[in-house]
Unconditional design. Structure first.
Length: 369
């Protein structure tokens, strides 16, 4: 793969004190191309000849046409699936924006490789794997079964200054690209993204507020269960952080560094890596939308490779998806995160592909048409 060779070359130069990681992001971004319209048209032609009223399978048909354009094939395999979940802690937690103790991040993330949490059990049910990656948990302890790519132990408090340096923002995106590449080399054909990080709806809301140019109070929600009387406090913290750090909405890496999170940047990297390698990436919920917006603002063509799984119960969910022109096909009132909604959507994607391949056509059966 051209992409893989490119990444190896840049990493080698970097170890010699040469090119910085942003070069990797820029070069990978140049390898993202529009979907193959020819194969989308071929898929749509077959869908229109299936023994059913035209368009009656709704979003299942949209999924198949999109996948044909992504893979550049009329027929494709969606059976090998994985969720890549990243974990990180957040300095803004000290502002009282989350109801749970911060150590819940590590306590829950150690359940990801055991497959006993939400995304783990759903993934087992749908026949998908889970890759868990620590990019910034606030503990030195290494977790069995979790890849250790820790940038540092949590971001800085964005209410007092930038969440991370620009170099750290570039690094977490590059880690996401590397994880996408790893999974693609292991022959995964559908990749979903997930996360774990107490208080991470706060930076996610900040990112979406910056790109939407809206008051955070319009889209701030309860996250993992914040009491109603504290939601306005959370919105005020987000507003203060944006006013203090002045993230540039025309520079996604600047937005990530000023008001983002390590796991959010890593998910954005997965999206970029998947798009550069013509692999579909299934978004999860609200946190993943913030990551998707970062990737979209680095290269708008990445949205063509995104599949929005479910509409998060967070109030900013629809605004975030609308900015990219995406529509989720599940509406389950879910707000768990972890990659749980993406894993649940895998079954819909596989069912769509199965029907597309196996349903009879009017050319095969006389239905009077």
């Amino acid at each position: 793969m051209e992409y893989i060779l490119l990444q190896e070359k840049i990493i080698e130069k970097q170890t010699l004190g040469g090119i910085v990681i942003v070069s990797l992001i820029e070069n990978i971004s140049r390898n993202i191309y529009p979907l193959e319209k020819k194969y989308m048209q071929q898929a749509q032609a077959r869908l229109d000849r299936l023994i059913k009223p035209t368009g009656s399978l709704g979003k299942m048909e949209n999924i198949c046409a999109q996948l044909a354009g992504i893979y550049g094939k009329k027929y494709f395999d969606t059976s090998k699936k994985i969720i890549i979940s990243f974990a990180g802690d957040h300095g803004v937690y000290e502002e009282g924006v989350a109801p749970d103790p911060q150590n819940i991040t590590i306590l829950q993330f150690q359940n990801f490789p055991k497959r006993i949490n939400g995304v783990g059990t759903i993934s087992k049910f749908v026949g998908a794997d889970v890759l868990a990656v620590d990019v910034g948990i606030k503990k030195k302890k290494k977790i069995e079964g979790v890849l250790d790519y820790k940038i540092r132990k949590g971001t800085s408090n964005m209410a007092k200054g930038p969440a991370m340096t620009r170099k750290e923002a570039e690094k977490c995106i590059s880690i996401g690209i590397e994880m996408a590449e790893k999974c693609i080399q292991d022959d995964y054909t559908v990749i979903g993204i997930g996360e774990m990080g107490i208080a991470n709806t706060t930076p996610s809301t900040a990112i979406i507020s910056v790109f939407a140019d809206c008051d955070p109070k319009e889209i701030t929600g309860m996250g993992a269960g914040l009491k109603k009387e504290l939601i306005m406090h959370k919105a005020d913290v987000i507003r203060k952080s944006i006013e203090l750090n002045k993230p540039n909405p025309k520079d996604a890496i600047d937005v990530l560094s000023k008001v983002g999170g390590f796991e959010i940047g890593a998910m954005a990297g997965v999206i970029i890596g998947c798009a550069a390698n013509r692999i579909p990436v299934v978004l999860d919920g609200f946190i993943s939308y913030a990551a998707a917006l970062l990737a979209y603002h680095i290269n708008p063509k990445t949205k063509e490779y995104m599949i929005a799984s479910h509409l998060s119960a967070e109030p900013g969910a629809k605004k975030a998806l609308d900015m990219m022109g995406l529509k989720a096909f599940l509406d389950m009132d879910m707000r768990l995160g972890e990659g749980s909604g993406a894993a649940l959507a895998f079954n819909i994607i596989e069912a769509s592909n199965y029907v597309y391949k196996n349903m009879a056509t009017f050319d095969e059966i006389d239905m009077g048409r």
